[in-house]
Design a protein around this ligand. Sequence first.
Ligand code: ZN
Length: 288
Amino acid sequence: MSPLVPEPGETEGRGRLGSQWRTPSRWPYTCYNLEVLIVLASLIVPARKQLMSLGQPSTVDVAPTATQRERIARASALRELADDLRDTGAMFHDRGWSLGTSSNYSVVLDRDPLELLLTASGKDKGRLDRTDFVRVDAAGARVDHPEDRFPEANRPSAETLLHVALAERPGVGAVLHTHSVWGTLLSERHFAKGFLEIAGFEMLKGLAGITTHETTKQVPIFDNTQDIATLAGELRGRLDDSAAPLEHGFLIRKHGLYTWGKDVAEARRHIEIFEFLFECVGRLEFST
Ligand SMILES: [Zn+2]
């Protein structure tokens, strides 16, 4: 029998969306199928037109253009990164590691060419505002983008070139610097030796790549100076030293700690780990 000819008793009593999709060879069901297809087409065609119109210039200027969307996305990412550093500053200030406008923090915004978001000089790290930053290039000079300029008075930190020297290394996404009491005391106490040795602490495992407490970590100590360009050159030499590559962080004599990470979270963890270890070592050394 042809599929278009009904069988007796099978033309009535069926729901519109009943079993027709499972038995499409009977003519009433074929009619139902056609009805359903018409309904679906009436829904699909306008939807497809709407989809095809996406990305096309709109006659009504309500949706942002592609360039605007890029700017919005960039501004939003910039705000999030600034907020990460603001939260970091509030925490470090509370812990006494970034007092009196000391310290500076940065995050890599771009690699080609290198661009950093850096805390501006002289800002209270416990109360950083979203505008308390500056963008710098690979030479440490301020750079501005027309759509998101920071206040004219903002100046890059005096230690910007240390951030640049670290940020230009692959895998470094953020650099954090603190001025803690324990870091300052230990950097003086161990300066003559050239490094602070930390061994056997479980918390060493908080440094990226360290998997056992049976580790001896030597934290290099550089002499303090206001000649940051020379110090940055010295730092690059130590970072490039294949015999004893500088990893995780270093101290500056009577000054503080620099550490870094693939992102702000990892760099912050490294600060917490180092500051914990400094306090442990310091309390042990200064109490005996
Ligand atoms: Zn400093």
